[in-house]
Design a protein around this ligand. Structure first.
Ligand SMILES: Cc1ncc(COP(=O)(O)O)c(C=O)c1O
Length: 393
């Protein structure tokens, strides 16, 4: 191996010391090293819809290979606005309110940079998708955490209200929720809206799992609640709904003035998302309703299979009603920590998971939890089941 060039004494930024590398993506690297079945990172191991792939190929062959409009190709933004209106009942102007980004990941950081100043605060429910903490820090803001309490991952509205201060500029909401699979109910969303309406804060809502809901649950967008569209920034993307996490295409819907600020951040961070893949996005968003019904039905089958496997192996499961993860309680296995248990699973059992502590501000809260992703083929889940049957109780 070549010797890396660099001087260890040269400084790196203070912000980069304030968070670690992604634990989830580190687990994927370890899974590859140990030949483990990867139930850690949330990417499907089955093909994307043929029509969507063909549309991407056709776009490249048709020479849609140069920069798209910075805030997104016009017909893709129109398709996003149409889908948003259909699912929320809220009409939005694609010319002023839709911005296409490099994944929901970039949509989130561009949105936060657009509305949050250094020294301000961002309220985050925990456990949380691990990007949100670093996102707040990158903005120079302080995260304020509010607990979702198992087994139903409910929150105390008084605790949420107490997390707000004069400095709060945003609340990050994620429903359906990673890592718990919680789908926020209308009553819960109303309670959140009631608190936020009296503040100067936005709700930044990550709805990337919008179509993955089970057990008769309904996904409700915060923007659909009375008077909330004017202070809601809705983030979504192609990754999960169309099984194309590697394409890095996401989008954000926000009021016009907010969108102008988001577009500036987006432009100078990335210029734009891949042009041919935005064209394929038009095809994706145009898929018939049956596509979404089948997607959710197939995921429900996977969820039920995985719940049975995990319960059979001795895990305590928090049944998810949305998204494609199962958060589990590992206390019956007698390990000192989630990290030790995850290492044992990767090295001795051959299954990679995400240690629960990576979803909490205080690692102690997640030290007896691990998260399984079930966005995998039956063959992968079968192999995982075989291996997990060897876990020592
Ligand atoms: C809640 C949540 N938001 C965003 C993302 C990333 O989305 P994208 O691939 O569009 O950047 C993930 C991926 O796991 C996620 O779980």
């Amino acid at each position: 191996m070549a010797t890396p060039i660099g001087d260890e004494r040269l400084p790196i930024s203070r912000k980069s010391h304030q968070f670690t590398e992604s634990v989830i993506r580190e687990m994927t690297r370890l899974a590859m090293e140990y030949g483990a079945v990867n139930l850690a990172q949330g990417f499907p191991d089955f093909p994307a819809p043929t029509e969507v792939k063909e549309a991407a190929v056709a776009a490249i062959r048709g020479d849609i290979n140069q920069y798209a409009i910075t805030w997104g190709a016009r017909d893709f933004r129109s398709a996003i606005a149409d889908q948003f209106a259909e699912t929320t009942g809220v009409a939005v102007d694609p010319e002023q309110q839709v911005t296409v980004c490099c994944g929901a990941t970039e949509a989130m950081i561009s949105s936060l940079l657009a509305v949050v100043n250094p020294g301000e605060e961002v309220v985050i429910f925990e456990p949380f998708y691990e990007n949100y903490g670093p996102d707040a820090i990158i903005c120079g803001a302080a995260p304020r955490f509010v607990r979702l309490k198992p087994p139903d991952w409910t929150f105390d509205p008084a605790e949420l209200a107490a997390a707000f201060s004069e400095r709060t500029r945003a609340l990050i909401l994620n429903s359906p929720h990673n890592p718990t699979g919680k789908v926020f109910s209308r009553e819960e969303l109303e309670a959140i809206a009631e608190i936020v309406r009296g503040t100067n804060a936005y709700v930044v809502t990550d709805e990337i799992y919008q179509y993955l809901v089970y057990d008769g649950c309904r996904h409700i967008s915060m923007a659909a609640l009375p008077s909330m569209a004017e202070r809601t920034i809705t983030i979504n993307g192609l990754s999960k709904t169309y099984s194309v996490t590697g394409w890095r295409v996401g989008y954000v819907v926000a009021p016009p003035q907010t969108s102008r600020a988001i577009r500036k951040m987006h432009d100078f961070l990335t210029v734009g998302a891949a042009a041919p893949l935005q064209q394929a996005g038009v095809t994706a968003l145009g898929l018939p309703r049956g596509y979404y019904r089948k997607l959710a039905a197939d995921y429900l089958t996977r969820r039920d299979r995985m719940l049975a496997v995990l319960e059979g192996a001795g895990f305590g499961c928090y049944k998810p009603h949305g998204a494609y993860y199962i958060m589990t309680d590992i206390s019956s296995f007698g390990f000192a920590s989630d990290i030790e248990f995850a290492e044992y699973l990767i090295k001795s059992i051959g299954v990679a998971v995400v240690p629960g502590s990576s979803f909490y501000s205080d690692p102690a809260l997640g030290c007896q939890q691990v998260r399984f992703a079930f966005c995998k083929t039956q063959a992968t889940l079968d192999e995982a089941a075989k291996r997990l049957s060897k876990v020592k109780k």
